[in-house]
Write a protein that binds this ligand. Structure first.
Ligand code: ADP
Ligand code: MG
Length: 342
């Protein structure tokens, strides 16, 4: 343990220069990265910029008892990139502001940055600056990402039309169940520190929780297939809430068919074990970071058979409301209920 360096042992500038190691620039538009008063960026001609930020606070958004710092670094960037993807844009540069309390070591912050570097590589985005301060409490991370979309191609929540097909990527509910597993193992550990966490059987859902991927691959694929979604949003708070957001912004209703909701086997198995309805996990569990989007019915041919996109329903006239349609054909109003009711 003696090799660990308290943050207080080195100054802010020494920390920044250690963090800067291994950070490389990939984007042609990055003219100047870390080291000056501000970064310099040359936007690509004919593009529009999108910009988004997310604040992650220890104890509110993450629990370091079960979230390794490397994963946290990766996830912090992935969730921001997910917002850029949800605009049908590609990320280009980002800045990281962090404050850490005295219990963090230099090595811990380096671990965090190791995860962030991996994410920067995976999403082809440059870390061009940030800010660093001490804190009296835990760890807080604020990440701001810049992205680009060809002019006029950025997709808003508001462009959906009645009869448009509602599509989701990947599968839903896994991240929420992964969190249930991690919380259970944490409680077991607190009760008896000798217990070893049992995560082997839950690899998929735990990874969905700790290390989600932003669906930039889908942004690329939609472009390749010549599809521009009419509206799009990323699924951070559960499908129900996101469908309601799209409907509100687009002034439409929706019909979502429960039998079409994509659920992975590990999600179904964990739901059974926790006595939870897997549909409720998909609808109201958070942090899946998949994309929800709409396309005109005429794009159906271009989308069908895509292994990672599922058509789960369609938009309707606003007057019809947003409904969940059961296998028996019964329509129930969609509600963005939290987990408090359980
Ligand atoms: P200033 O006093 O102008 O805010 P800083 O000393 O905070 O400058 O930052 C110096 C350089 O280091 C800047 O380029 C800044 O963007 C970068 N930087 C500071 N903190 C971080 C960080 N946590 N991650 C990446 N770059 C950082
Ligand atoms: Mg500063």
């Amino acid at each position: 343990m003696s090799e660990l360096t308290p943050l207080t042992a080195i100054g802010e500038f020494a920390l920044i220069s250690r963090l800067q190691k291994g950070i490389s620039m990939r984007q042609p538009g990055t003219v100047l990265g870390i080291g000056d008063d501000a970064a310099i960026i040359a936007p690509t001609a004919g593009t529009e910029l999108v910009m988004t930020t997310d604040l992650l606070v220890e104890g509110i958004h993450f629990d370091l008892a079960f979230c390794p710092l490397r994963h946290l670094g990766y996830k912090a960037i992935a969730v921001n990139v997910s917002d850029v993807a949800a605009m049908n844009a590609l990320p280009t540069q980002l800045v990281v502001a962090l404050s850490a309390g005295p219990r963090f070591t230099v090595e811990a912050i380096e671990e965090l940055y190791a995860g962030m570097r991996l994410a920067c590589e995976a999403y082809n985005v440059d870390l061009v600056g940030g800010d660093t301060t001490a804190s009296r409490g835990g760890l807080t991370l604020a990440i701001t990402v810049l992205g680009e979309a060809p002019a006029g191609e950025a997709v808003r929540r508001s462009g959906g039309q009645p009869t448009d097909l509602l599509c989701v990527t990947g599968d839903l509910g896994g991240a929420f169940l992964g969190l249930q597993v991690l919380e259970r193992e944490k409680q077991a550990f607190l009760a008896d520190p000798e217990t070893q966490p049992e995560l082997a059987n839950y690899e998929y859902i735990v990874q969905r929780q700790l290390r989600p991927e932003a669906r930039l691959d889908i942004v690329h694929e939609l472009r390749e297939r010549g599809i521009r979604p009419t509206s799009m949003i990323d699924i951070s708070d559960g499908l129900a809430s996101e469908v309601l957001h799209l409907c509100a912004a687009s002034s439409t209703g929706a019909r979502v068919f429960t039998e079409f909701l994509p659920l992975a086997n590990p999600t179904l198995e964990a739901a059974a074990e926790f006595n939870l309805d897997p549909l409720t996990c998909a609808l109201n569990g958070g942090e899946d970071y998949e994309l929800l989007f709409t396309v005109p019915v005429t794009d159906h041919e271009k989308l069908k058979n895509h292994p990672d996109i599922t058509i789960i329903g369609h938009l309707t006239a606003k007057e019809d409301g947003a409904n969940l349609v059961t296998k028996a054909g019964q329509a129930v109003p969609l509600q963005a209920q939290g987990w408090t009711s359980f």
